[in-house]
Design a protein around this ligand. Structure first.
Ligand SMILES: [Zn+2]
Length: 165
C-alpha cells in the first residue's frame, strides 16, 4: 500500500494529538514506507507526519536532500516518537504544508535543535541539526500535536496564497 491520500485541513485528525507508538513492529515499518513514498510522490516536499496520511501515531519522515535552503542534511530520516529539544536561536522562514495546499506562511522556529526518538529498528536515536532541516523537523513534530502553520503565525499578514503551478 504505497502512496496514500493526504488529509487536507480542516480534517479533524490534523487538529488531534497523536498517540505514541508502543512498539516498533512490522506495522510501524510498513507505515514508514508509505509515509516516505507519499512524501516523495509530491515534488519539493521535505517532510510528512503519520496523521497527515490518516494514522494518528507519532511517526515522521523528513528528507531535505538536495533542497537549496538546506545547510545541514542527514538524508532521509524516519523518527518514531520524535521529541524536539530546542536549542539556541530563532528565525522566521516561509513554510508550506501538503495539508494546507493553497497557502504558505512565515513561521518562527528554533534555529538549532536536538531531536531524539527511535529508529525503525527500535533503537534510540538522536541528532543535532539546524536551519532548514531543523525547521522541517519542528514542522512535522507539530503535526503530531495537532499544530499547523496557521497556528504558528504571528498575524494573518504572514499567510500568503500559494502560487499555482
Ligand atoms: Zn505540514
Amino acid at each position: 500500500m504505497p502512496v496514500r491520500p493526504v488529509l487536507i485541513y480542516p480534517h479533524p485528525m490534523l487538529k488531534s494529538v497523536a498517540a505514541a507508538c508502543e512498539y516498533v513492529d512490522d506495522e510501524i515499518r510498513a507505515l514508514a514506507v508509505d509515509l516516505l513514498e507519499t512524501m516523495r510522490h509530491y515534488p519539493r516536499t521535505v517532510g510528512l507526519a503519520a496523521p497527515q496520511i490518516g494514522v494518528p501515531l507519532r511517526l515522521i519522515a523528513v528528507d531535505v536532500t538536495g533542497h537549496p535552503k538546506a545547510t545541514v542534511c542527514h538524508g532521509p530520516m524516519v523518527i518514531v516518537n520524535p521529541e524536539v529539544v530546542t536549542g539556541e536561536g530563532s528565525e522566521i522562514g516561509r513554510e508550506g504544508c501538503l495539508s494546507l495546499p493553497s497557502i504558505t506562511a512565515d513561521v518562527r522556529r528554533a534555529k538549532r535543535i536536538f531531536v531524539k526518538g527511535f529508529t525503525l529498528a527500535g533503537d534510540e536515536v538522536s541528532a543535532e541539526t539546524s536551519g532548514f532541516e531543523a525547521r522541517a523537523i519542528q514542522h512535522e513534530v507539530d503535526h503530531l500535536d495537532g499544530i499547523l502553520i496557521l497556528d504558528r503565525v504571528a498575524s494573518p499578514a504572514e499567510v500568503f496564497p500559494r502560487r499555482q503551478k
